[in-house]
Design a protein around this ligand. Structure first.
Ligand SMILES: *[C@@H]1O[C@H](CO)[C@@H](O)[C@H](O)[C@H]1NC(C)=O
Ligand SMILES: *[C@@H]1O[C@H](CO)[C@@H](O)[C@H](O)[C@H]1NC(C)=O
Ligand SMILES: *[C@@H]1O[C@H](CO)[C@@H](O)[C@H](O)[C@H]1NC(C)=O
Ligand SMILES: *[C@@H]1O[C@H](CO)[C@@H](O)[C@H](O)[C@H]1NC(C)=O
Length: 503
């Protein structure tokens, strides 16, 4: 039903965008007044305070076409705006915020100004909807500690011309030192126009092979939506909504990122990442819409966030170390995953990963490590602790045979897995409680299980007992169900770690 609503919505997307904008402004109005009550306003220049309690803004700085947001409820008077020469409001750089005009240049201009001032603020005010095309806010010549203060909504264009042959990201921040995105605003990737164009080309999560519907009807794809007549086909390369690259000390907090064409939030080559109190939201059936991707990043803290999407809520990729994830809600989605690693015979190195105090509801997998055959490198030192699952198909998964085709060639090389700890994994599963499929040549070692309590819940799938293959370690407590397939101790002929596997 949700999906149908979505289709109706997206088919009239171009025509109702203005109405939608106003609707959102009303929503945002609530948060704006909340934030004013808390008195945390950074304000803008006094003559440009466009969201002054309920009255129309002065027409002077605005072109005549600009429609003032009309709040529905009376608001308390805002605190007097702070005159602040380090705040750069996108409205002052020509942004319209009407959800229709292209505000990309205004955002670029505001950034160019903010970039020159240390600890400046680029302000995206509340109650406006800014249509912004692909944009890069980049250093390395920017000053440190810039704050991107997002109260309004930024939406992605749905016109395929804007995207050319396809881009890997929509909004990116690169090579910055101390960049913060904060506020109560929303980044909306207008993903539905992308999801509908290529419903079958997307790689399917390999773990779907483990999920067999009871009545043997093949899981149906959602019906192919009628393509929006006004938009051409979107490129097959889909952008990540918000991407950080090569930055030091990055913070993302407060905001909502929704309906990304693909991954919502990505960190690549970053050192010192803090993400907290954010919401990520996309439909459970939107293809390949990962929540948060981490790659080649060190010292990452992610907490207190709600992640709902169509693929992995969090995906920890190669080159990540010292990652701490806690107090996260995940679902719908495909759980929290390390990997996939080692694709196309690549080397992958992941170490010191902690995921704890997570609630997962209605996800495909829970906590998972997935690697391709033929890879090298290692995953070492992982703790999954206090994971509450409900109606999760496969709560605990190690899959070293990850494969995007029906079968992949068996290869002896593998990403070596060791020191993988599971404790307090509790709740209900609907397919299989534990699936450990480790490499023949390089078994998983030091896998420990403590306080595992998983109860079956018959839904629409065949149910299975725990499965282990080449998995060695310890059972520290009795488990529910019993996991007798885990081989206690170490393999007798454990291949010594060679240079090939070293990280
Ligand atoms: C995030 O979503 C939750 C639940 O949907 C909601 O209660 C909360 O207010 C949202 N937070 C933000 C920052 O939008
Ligand atoms: C592992 O990561 C945590 C942060 O998650 C960090 O505090 C700790 O020092 C790291 N351990 C090592 C040995 O680097
Ligand atoms: C690959 O190895 C696995 C585990 O030993 C086995 O179950 C599977 O049949 C093999 N696949 C092929 C294509 O040989
Ligand atoms: C059998 O398949 C139909 C259609 O996919 C589905 O609606 C129904 O719930 C399934 N029955 C059971 C018992 O799972």
């Amino acid at each position: 039903m949700l999906f149908i609503a979505f289709l109706v919505f997206s088919s009239s997307f171009d025509t109702c965008i203005a109405r939608r904008g106003r609707h959102w402004r009303q929503n945002r109005g609530t948060s704006a007044s909340l934030y004013k009550k808390k008195g945390k306003s950074h304000g803008s220049n006094s003559n440009h305070n466009h969201h002054n309690g309920g009255s129309k803004p002065k027409p002077k700085p605005q072109p005549p076409s600009h429609q003032a947001p009309l709040p529905t409820a009376p608001k308390p008077p805002p605190p007097s705006p702070i005159e602040d020469s380090t705040t750069f409001n996108v409205l002052d750089f020509g942004a319209k915020g009407d959800g229709k005009s292209d505000d990309t240049k205004a955002f670029q201009a505001a950034w160019a100004a903010a970039c020159k001032v240390e600890a400046s603020t680029m302000l995206v005010p509340a109650e406006y909807v800014f249509l912004v095309g692909p944009v890069s806010f980049s250093g390395p010549y920017c000053q440190a500690n810039i704050v991107f203060q997002l109260y309004g909504t930024i939406i992605a264009p749905t016109n395929s011309n804007v995207w050319g042959k396809g881009l890997l990201w929509w909004i990116e921040f690169t090579k910055l030192k101390g960049i913060t995105i904060q506020g109560t605003g929303t980044i909306d990737g207008s993903g539905s126009v992308w999801w509908q164009d290529y419903p079958f080309d997307d790689p399917v999560d390999d773990e779907t092979k483990l999920i067999i519907p009871l009545n043997n009807t093949v899981e149906k794809h959602p019906p192919i939506p009628i393509r929006n007549e006004f938009s051409k086909k979107m490129p097959s390369i889909k952008p990540t909504a918000l991407r950080f690259y090569g930055s030091i000390d990055t913070t993302v907090t407060g905001i909502t990122i929704q309906n990304s064409p693909q991954c919502h939030l990505k960190f690549d080559n970053c050192m010192g990442v803090v993400v907290h109190d954010i919401n990520i939201s996309s439909p459970g059936d939107s293809p390949n819409t990962d929540g948060i991707h981490l790659q080649n990043s060190k010292d990452v803290l992610l907490h207190s966030s709600n992640l709902a999407c169509g693929d992995d809520c969090v995906s920890i990729q190669t080159g990540c170390t010292n990652v701490y994830v806690h107090n996260v809600n995940c679902g719908p989605g495909h759980g929290i995953s390390i990997g996939s690693l080692g694709k196309d015979n690549t080397r992958a190195c992941v170490s010191n990963i902690t995921v704890r105090d997570v609630i997962m509801h209605n996800t495909m997998t829970g906590v998972r490590i997935k690697t391709w055959q033929g890879g090298s490198g290692s995953v070492q030192g992982v703790l999954f602790s206090n994971i509450q699952v409900s109606e999760v198909q496969l709560p605990i998964v190690i899959d070293q045979f990850y494969c995007d085709k029906s079968t992949c060639k068996n290869q002896t090389s593998a990403v070596a897995l060791s020191g993988i700890n599971y404790e307090k994994i509790r709740g209900t599963y609907t397919v299989k409680p534990v699936h450990f499929a480790c490499s023949d040549a390089l078994p998983c070692i030091d896998v420990s299980l403590t306080t595992i309590e998983l109860k079956p819940l018959q839904e629409h799938y065949h149910m299975y007992d725990p499965f282990c293959w080449q998995t060695f370690g310890e059972l520290n407590t009795p488990t529910t169900p019993p996991i007798n397939c885990l081989q206690i101790g170490k393999p007798s002929s454990n291949r010594p770690q060679s240079d090939h596997d070293a990280c």
